[in-house]
Design a protein. Structure first.
Length: 75
């Protein structure tokens, strides 16, 4: 199994840039994984969870450059 690299971190799964980036990765055929998505979403409910957790979008190392280009193209 290859190494994954974080391309971007978001504070909420309701951010437009977050949703657009995921959609663009899917259109490009780049598989990604989400880290901390559930923790960040329910943070307001469970006060014991840290508030500085961001949602990370990670891709395989070989897809990093293309994913970063896609991310940087979003204004």
């Amino acid at each position: 199994m290859g190494k994954t690299i974080t391309v971007a971190t978001f504070t909420s799964n309701f951010e437009v840039k977050y949703m657009l980036f995921k959609e663009m990765l899917e259109e490009a055929g780049i598989e990604y994984m989400l880290v901390n998505e559930i923790t960040s979403t329910v943070d307001g409910i469970f006060r014991g969870s840290p508030t500085n957790i961001g949602i990370e979008i990670r891709v395989m190392e070989e897809n990093f450059e293309e994913a970063l280009e896609i991310y940087n193209s979003i204004k």
